[in-house]
Ligand binder design. Structure first.
Ligand code: ACO
Length: 428
């Protein structure tokens, strides 16, 4: 017999199905709650609301586990390149060598952007935030590829569009940086790897071809893999909400970029570096910042700490921390911010406020220090996150359509005025 949950309201009992996920996680199916009882549920921030079934990514926040399509993140980070993990996320299986070659070829052939689209970059002011440029330009891509407005969610047309998006996001990101720095654009080089090509478009100069060091290539692959998906986070949910109106893939991911931008989500990676820099520059003891973070009247929070789901270490932060050390050593670099970051982490591990609330470093805490070591400028950190998250956004958009989900349309409890007599303007 299937498991049921019983709800009692005014002495009347109502039964609801209990759904069990493949990792044994439980959920009460309340889809008929309103029609049967007249009640809705209240869950601001949607912390307890399952909005979909998904077979893409699994997170166990209590144990600090993250898996894409059943593969632990630690293994994917160590043994795959980004395009391989992206293929896994998009298609559900690790690619064969031939499949990976074909996928990489599709991405490579889509790297250039339309000349007229290129002209749009010069319309932005020089200090325009690259996240604003990225979101705007992703929306614009569909104007140059009208065929993608009606993307089937399977088959060759979907394959082409998914590769197009993964490729264009990289080109747009690099061009946004070049424009913002007043430097000439570097067109993509089809002979380079996914990461190598990005680094070339970012850093080559007319008289100096950027040489991609294997250390940097590997570290960038790892960064992108760790960001490739994270189930129903704020930006992915945004992509799904927008996509649920049957908006096209491009406007859906452009909205995802906007959601990612905020400092409580992807914007935290840059905010962490700003915070660590401010701590270093101020010379104040860490206890000063810990007290501020604990003070409810002070808006200051420790950026890069805490997570809606992880109530244990975020496995991505553990991998990143180790990678930061490895990369700094391999490149013979030192970074004063790393010392402060480690001291801060250590201090929170001894502090009751952080212990009792399960606040540990999240993915954004060490990622900025890694990007600094790779030479990525601060205003590009959240853009880097967006490049990494693209396969997750596309796969979730596709799954939404596959499951033929209804339009997203939450309810509310109205707390405003009830009916009021209208007063004419002259009498107010
Ligand atoms: N510093 C200080 N206190 C914190 C922090 C923090 N970084 N994070 C949470 N808390 C406290 C809250 O004040 C709250 O305390 P209370 O119970 O006494 O009221 C408690 O911990 C629970 O926090 P919530 O805000 O309710 O947790 P929520 O799940 O809503 O928010 C979030 C999660 C947004 C990540 C939050 O921890 C935060 O703001 N962190 C800093 C920003 C950040 O690093 N964001 C990146 C997240 S990872 C990602 O999106 C890729």
């Amino acid at each position: 017999m299937s498991e049921k949950a019983t709800l009692k309201i005014d002495g009347k009992s109502f039964e609801f199905d209990v759904i069990t996920g493949s990792e044994n996680e439980k959920c009460i199916d309340i889809q008929k709650l309103r029609s049967e009882t007249g009640y809705i549920t209240m869950d601001p921030g949607l912390g307890n609301t399952g909005s979909c079934y998904s077979s893409i990514t699994y997170v166990d926040g209590a144990k600090g586990i993250l898996k894409y399509r059943g593969y632990p993140i630690e293994e994917l980070a160590e043994k795959t390149v980004f395009t391989e993990t992206a293929y896994l996320i998009l298609y559900g299986e690790l690619p064969t060598e031939t499949q990976l070659q074909e996928f990489s070829y599709r991405i490579r052939e889509q790297a250039p952007i339309h000349t007229n689209l290129e002209h749009h970059f010069s319309g932005f002011p020089q200090n325009a935030p690259p996240m604003a440029i990225l979101s705007a330009m992703l929306n614009l891509v569909s104007c140059f590829h009208p065929e993608v407005l009606e993307v089937p969610t399977t088959g060759a047309e979907f394959d082409r569009t998914a590769a197009l998006l993964m490729s264009k996001v990289r080109t747009i990101a690099a061009f946004a940086y070049r424009m913002a720095s007043g430097k000439p654009i570097n067109h993509p080089n089809p002979n380079l790897t996914y990461c190598g090509n990005f680094l070339h478009m970012m850093f080559s100069d007319p008289y100096h071809q950027y040489e991609v060091s294997p250390v940097i290539d590997k570290a960038l692959n790892l960064f992108l893999i760790l960001h490739a998906d994270h189930e129903q986070n704020c930006s992915t949910s945004t992509v799904r909400v927008v996509g649920s109106s049957r908006a096209n893939l491009f406007s859906s991911v452009a909205a995802g970029v906007c959601a990612l931008w905020g400092p409580l989500h992807g914007g935290a990676n840059a905010a962490v570096i700003n915070m660590l820099g401010a701590i270093k520059a101020s010379g104040r003891p860490l206890t000063y910042y810990l007290s501020r973070a604990k003070d409810k009247d002070d808006p200051f929070r420790l950026m890069g700490f805490g997570h809606r789901i992880y109530k244990n270490f975020d496995p991505r932060s553990l991998i990143l921390k180790k990678q930061v050390h490895d990369v700094l050593q391999a490149l013979n670099l030192e970074d004063g911010l790393l010392e402060i970051a480690m001291e801060l982490e250590e201090a929170t591990l001894q502090d009751d406020y952080f212990i009792s609330r399960n606040l540990y470093p999240n993915v954004d805490f060490y990622s900025g220090i890694l990007l600094r070591a790779l030479g990525i400028p601060l205003n590009m950190y959240t853009v880097m996150f967006a490049i990494g998250r693209m396969p997750g956004w596309i796969a979730n958009w596709q799954e939404l359509h596959d499951h033929k989900l209804r339009i997203s349309r939450p309810r509310q409890i109205f707390t405003g005025e009830t009916e009021r007599p209208f007063i004419p303007l002259s009498a107010r």
